[in-house]
Design a protein around this ligand. Sequence first.
Ligand code: ACO
Length: 361
Amino acid sequence: MNDFKPGLEGVVAFETEIAEPDRDGGSLRYRGVDIEELVGVYRFEQVWGLLVDESFEPGLPAAAAYQGGGLTGNTPADLQSVTARVGAEWGLKKLIDITDDEAREDLRRASAQFISIAAQSARLADGNTDQVDPAVVSQGKTTAERFLLEWRGEADPKHVQALDTYWICTCEHGLNASTFVARITASTGSDCAAALSSAVGALSGPLHGGAPARVLPMLDAAAESGDPESYVESLIEKGERLMGFGHRVYRAEDPRARLLKGTAKELGAPRYDVAYKLEQAALAALRKKSPDRPLETNVEFWSAVVLDVADVPPQLAPAMFACSRTAGWSAHILEQKKLNRLVRPSAKYVGPGTRSASSIG
Ligand code: ACO
């Protein structure tokens, strides 16, 4: 096969048993279970187990609070660098040298530590340099609750529900950019922490995992303008992308957006009304702009509104997304280990023909 597909759209690179985004039906299943059945019934750590072990138990364990130094308060950067360093400090063995069960244990330990690193980095970003009190953190009954306790020393039940729902809705979605990166790294036989760390870098742009950071300013600007329709039209006229709309996979509704919208309403999200109005205006404008290409609300639009309920500042959204994706990434790292095949696609050379070095100025 020599066809070049920009962005690899439609190219099947792997077979997977982990998640099934139902492109036309507007649903998403983790190991065959519709996420509609999971939200509000199971907790994130159990869904982590469903994805990685195909079992809700034991799931993701409570993390030992991160004890090392080196945090900067730039949470995505901390997740990338400190996770890789912790793997080396723990002496994690290479995936190529360990059994599947050993890899599973490494992923469990590294993912739990990853979430603790995120909490403590966010704490530092808030200007709080006090040591985390492990006794306070251990009062938390769920991963989301412990995360908030480790970050802020308190966990409002509404914030816990917002975060837990967000994490369940975003923890796996097939071969997206960051998961592809995790699989590529794992395919080289790396250790688990290196594979998780490399995936974080793929979240630094706004097109994957970073859109919520741009959705809230858009909502505020729409509210300030007092006229969401004209505001949206003006963005489209300027050729800008509306953050939180469109998806490479879904042509129908993104089921995660539907679930998160319900949660935003249930929790009385402060920006629910303005988000609702902007969504209606945006969908109408996008239909007018591209009548033949369905561009619907994606997960990141309502994620921004739900994270706002938990007082997560927009710039922390990619880190929150990374914490949830420890589930999907870990499941894919294991699947890649079992496949045991280096990822190495081809590029079609289209550069200059053979020429001498002396012809270069
Ligand atoms: N606003 C305005 N126009 C859009 C949008 C948007 N959000 N999304 C796509 N389009 C338009 C493009 O301008 C393009 O129009 P053209 O053919 O006239 O040039 C057409 O739709 C196709 O765009 P592509 O980039 O080819 O669509 P693709 O399916 O590859 O893109 C993507 C998917 C990257 C998510 C895109 O819709 C986008 O940039 N959305 C905004 C960012 C965003 O919300 N990201 C979060 C995605 S969910 C996640 O990562 C967890």
